[in-house]
Design a protein around this ligand. Sequence first.
Ligand code: PEP
Length: 252
Amino acid sequence: MSNQRRPLIAGNWKMNGLAAAAATELKALVAEAKNHSAPNCDILICPPATLVREMAAVTSDSAVEIGGQDCHGNESGAHTGDISAEMLKDAGASYCIVGHSERRADHDESNATVKAKAEAAHRGGLIAIVCVGETLAEREADKTLEVISDQVKNSLPSGATAANTVIAYEPVWAIGTGKTSTPDDVAAVHAHIRKELGSLLDDSDKMRILYGGSVKGSNAEELMAVENVDGALVGGASLKAVDFWPIVATSI
Ligand code: PEP
């Protein structure tokens, strides 16, 4: 972990969470965070859109921030079922995940769509977390770095800076499977992303690159110690405070 980049430990609740149980878990997380008057990392939970406002109220006087899991490219209009970045901001979010592999796969989101969503996140005043990652077939065909380059170059929003954008490297085969990349593999991909960013941005050294894919309490310390890993994007292990806090604790 570089000293110049403040780690971000982010939880993605995906399509999980009903109000009462979610508030109980989040209150437990907030209580842990409050034991640290000046945490050395940013802590984020991205609940389903239905819970953004309520969860933002739970975290309001704490170091825990709230984000969306996706946003539409437009500010408003005839897009049934979609949510804009402005709406997320209005509900209390400060970040938005875009281009998660589940959305790229389930909703056919292209790099161009992801880029437009990241730009929309900025327009709405949110920090965009842009996800990239290779499938198992791409890894086995030795195409990992090629795929990552393509996604970084073409999903990165215009006007991206280290302050308004975070990259999350999430190998698709490691998400929700219990499999994680080895620290050496993570180091190689993160170094590659850092190099790509160097050719695209002025402040590339300052941009945070998260690792995601079956991060849990038992492997977080090893993964967070890898060079160019500036935090984690966590799915399953973010749902319960008792599982998520040990991951946060590696960076606090
Ligand atoms: C994710 O959804 O971004 C993720 C990394 O999930 P998990 O931690 O469950 O693999």
